[in-house]
Design a protein around this ligand. Sequence first.
Ligand code: ADE
Length: 252
Amino acid sequence: MDIHVLTIFPDMFPGVIDASIVGLARTRGVVGVHLHDLRDHTNDRHRSIDDRPFGGGPGMVFKPEPVFRAVEAIERSISSDRAVRRVLLTPQGERFTQPAAERLAKADALILICGHYEGFDERIRTGLKPDELSIGDYVLSGGEVPALVVIDAVTRLLPGALGDERSAPEDSFSRGGLDFPHYTRPVEFRGMRVPDVLRTGDHDRIEAWREMKARERTRARRPDLLDSARPERDRATATPETSQTTNGRRKP
Ligand code: ADE
């Protein structure tokens, strides 16, 4: 997969994308992360990417021209048989969840558009018809940190990204609820013991214990996830609320 990021702060990405699973996945060629400075797609002396809002009010609004130009240039660089998704990071978007990450992971390429200031000219939404994603009900300074969240959550789902292919499906949320508790050595630490069942070697009992603990934890901390629990096969094939066809390209 290739992930293209359109941002006015490309310097916010190195470090995070160099480390851990994303860093390894990039080294292994599982994912490519390509940073595009929105200012490179302006054509005025000041390289302006925003302007004052029509109708007055505080703050600045992202201009449509540089964003359209940048997205079109990025798409020209991607082979036309590849499934591309445009994604706008905005607090007004659909909530980014594990099923949303699973949907994005099916694409061949993502274009993540990071906004700033008061927002976007509405024509960026109506003209480019991106998926719109929010990472939570709070307002951040821009879409860069949300884009990093999306890059991380999607990359770890790509085949070859994790050392152990079983890890991703067993995470919290992938099974529709929270994860079970994990233990390693020592067997006893400051008076706290590893549950005996985990040391029996009886895989059926261990699996039953883990399922029970995962359900208990989900009920106690996130009962909303139990309400929305659905069979695993549904979750993997859920379709997005918002859908787009990018210039007639195939869309996953
Ligand atoms: N931009 C600013 N806040 C955001 C959020 N919560 N999610 C996605 N993009 C954002």
